[in-house]
Design a protein around this ligand. Structure first.
Ligand code: CDP
Ligand code: CDP
Length: 221
């Protein structure tokens, strides 16, 4: 849809992407799409089905047997696995440990990228992930890469009480062949190490203004 815009927010783990994307989307009345949750849903399904995430062909076979359905509720993206919402289980340790493995499989990415692009038919979106500005919506002018130092990111995860090793996942995500984590061409880099969430949201709004986002969207901010 020509009149719908996509705001792409990428960055490493615990840089603040989801929080910023959610706040920005809410202020502008846009749909917020959390693509990490989709990769996590595939990882969660491998646990349910007893599939080894390191065996790409088994994971691909599973894609043909399990239904992944994406939707929207209260302007937030949702994902169902055979009709079931995995909820908070998407953040569990076992999922953190295998999500980067399934996300490195090209067939998994092809399927999810297709579903991610379909959101634009529903309305304008703020989409966050690793490859939104580079692969999903390479032509959008509204691209940001939110960064933060490794130490700050580790502390943010600790503060949430989540067992995770963001640096290990970043390494896997940055080194894979298929759509690695990169600063997309044309993306504005925002280092949020010493910024609060509101400050990052203001910086993102500035990018939208500078790059000519539609007035009817900016007016809501
Ligand atoms: O919230 P956090 O930054 O820790 O992770 P996430 O955004 O939920 O993403 C979980 C994992 O999914 C990442 O570590 C990547 O392996 C993968 N992912 C991806 O490959 N591409 C995306 N667009 C989003 C997530
Ligand atoms: O989505 P991503 O993994 O990049 O990060 P997140 O889950 O949005 O943010 C990780 C944590 O850092 C959250 O608890 C945020 O409240 C916090 N945060 C922060 O303290 N300062 C920021 N500028 C951004 C996020």
């Amino acid at each position: 849809c020509a009149e719908h815009i996509a705001v792409a927010i990428d960055g490493p783990a615990a840089s603040g992407k989801s929080t910023v994307a959610k706040t920005l989307a809410k202020r502008l009345g846009l749909i917020m799409v959390n693509t990490g949750a989709m990769y996590r849903a595939v990882a969660w399904a491998t646990i349910q089905k007893g599939v080894n995430p390191a065996e790409a062909s088994d994971v691909v076979k599973m894609l043909g047997e399990v239904e992944f359905r994406c939707g929207v509720e209260n302007n937030l993206s949702t994902v169902l696995v055979d009709g079931v919402d995995p909820g908070e289980e998407l953040r569990q340790d076992a999922v953190n440990g295998r999500v980067s493995k399934v996300a490195a499989i090209p067939e998994v990415r092809d399927l999810l990228v297709r579903m991610q692009r379909e959101y634009l038919q529903l309305g304008s979106v703020v989409m966050e992930g690793r490859d939104i500005g580079s692969v999903v919506f390479p032509h959008t002018p509204f691209k940001m890469y939110i960064d933060a130092s490794e130490e700050v990111r580790r502390k943010r995860r600790e503060a949430e009480g989540i067992i995770d090793d963001p640096a290990a996942r970043d390494k896997e995500d940055s080194n894979r062949k298929s759509s690695p984590l990169v600063v997309a061409e044309g993306a504005v880099v925002i280092d949020s190490s010493e910024m609060g969430i509101e400050e990052v949201v203001e910086a993102a709004l500035e990018v939208l203004k500078e790059r000519g986002a539609p007035q009817e969207i900016l007016a809501k901010a």
